[in-house]
Design a binder for this molecule. Structure first.
Ligand code: PLP
Length: 393
């Protein structure tokens, strides 16, 4: 049997990981500035996380949601405390798309409406409604197409007000990433998030804060939407929540009341997933990771801004992007294959940095040094006519 070939792959096989480093099958170590796609929050193979999962494995890994699972309540209590959203309710699932799918569905159950406002360059996942609210026609199958999703320009207050003025009583929900990830690290303006809050309240629409990538402390606050000093009605989360163990969730504001069977899941909230998610929150809390993210993020951002050959350095905390000019188009590839550093990208020319929240200063410096060396190698190659033949394909 062959694997269904949906991803272009780098010819690298990772067999071991620790902290902010991973090792391939030949023993080469790589610095992970990509966090395995923003998933690694407390570091690869974190000892507390491994112990928590191992201990749980020896007790029970899974039983159905038809019985009481006290670990779910422990997780809800800890998550309420660390996120400072203690009045919210927790629904557990397995992935980011599933979290958004449940959020959009729940909003529609709540107000009985169908229209969803999403934004240009948004990414919300690949399940039916989540992908319909994703601004990439290439991944929307004909069966997912719907007139219920309206894409408005990101950070455009006028367009949003205009749409609400004409269709306010039809809108079920507004879904927005506090910092767009796949779209290229675009930070939502504080006043834009505040306006969404105002308009949703005024029109009884549900404000969904997609925090799958930008949440869980990555921005330096628990939710990046917190920078706007507002509360969303639903927060969706996944990636950093399990540090690689598949777990997702939505936090639901108290006015949205549950009914039996309106949502459901087989695997969501299983014993192992709860143990993994609790371990992550315990480390975030004990090691004061959000404070560290803020400090290290500011340092990294300032150092990047001082590099003249890259532009538009943006983001918050340890979710940072910058634009790469045409003459540096091999930068990401060379960082990986020459310097053994994983970074992320966004089309057409953005490098995305999403390292573990507890990456240390020396690893950040290691990245910056490699970046400067590679930029100067590429710029001297591209400006020197005698070297043109040595430009790699
Ligand atoms: C903002 C955002 N929402 C949702 C998702 C979907 O998450 P998952 O791949 O876990 O389904 C992603 C994944 O990249 C994301 O970045």
């Amino acid at each position: 049997m062959t694997l269904f070939d949906v991803y272009p792959l780098n010819d690298i096989t990772i067999v071991k990981a620790k902290g902010s480093y991973v090792w391939d099958d030949k023993g080469t170590s790589y610095l992970d500035m990509y966090g395995g796609h923003a998933v690694i929050s407390i570091g690869h193979s974190n000892p507390h996380w491994m112990q928590r999962i191992e201990d749980q494995l020896h007790k029970i890994a899974f039983y159905s949601n038809s019985i009481k699972i006290p670990l779910q309540q422990q997780l809800a209590d800890k998550l309420g405390k660390v996120s400072e959203k203690e009045a919210y309710q927790l629904f557990l699932c397995n992935s980011g798309a599933e979290a958004n799918e449940n959020a959009l569905k729940l909003a529609s159950f709540y107000n009985g409406r169908k229209k969803i406002i999403a934004f240009k360059k948004a990414f919300h996942g690949r399940t039916s409604l989540a992908v319909a609210a994703t601004d990439n026609p290439g991944i929307v199958a004909p069966v997912n197409e719907t007139e219920n999703v309206i894409f408005l320009p990101f950070n455009d207050c006028e367009a949003l007000m205009e749409y609400f003025k004409d269709h306010g009583n039809e809108i079920s929900s507004v879904i927005i990433e506090g910092i767009q990830g796949v779209g290229g690290i675009n930070v939502a303006d504080i006043k834009f998030l505040q306006l969404i809050r105002e308009l949703c309240t005024e029109h009884d629409a549900v404000f969904i804060a997609d925090s799958v990538q930008c949440g869980y402390g990555r921005s330096g606050k628990f939710f990046s939407h917190d920078f706007a000093g507002i509360d969303a009605d639903i927060y969706s989360m996944a990636k950093g929540m399990g540090n690689g163990f598949p777990v997702g969730a939505i936090l639901i504001a108290p006015q949205i009341q549950p009914k039996h069977f309106m949502l459901g899941t087989t695997f969501g909230g299983n014993h192992l997933a709860c143990a993994a998610a609790l371990a992550v929150l315990e480390v975030i809390e004990k090691d004061e990771l959000m404070k560290k993210v803020e400090e290290n993020g500011t340092y990294l951002m300032n150092e990047l801004k001082a590099i003249k050959d890259i532009s538009n350095v943006r983001g918050k905390g340890l979710m940072i992007g910058f634009d790469v000019p045409e003459n540096l188009k091999d930068l990401k590839k060379n960082l990986l294959f020459k310097h053994h550093i994983f970074t992320g990208e966004a089309k057409p020319n953005v490098i995305r940095l999403l390292p573990a929240l507890n990456i240390n200063r020396s690893s950040i410096d290691e990245f910056l040094t490699a970046l400067r060396i590679e930029i100067s190698a590429l710029t001297s190659t591209s400006t020197s006519p005698s070297n043109l033949s040595s430009i790699p394909n």
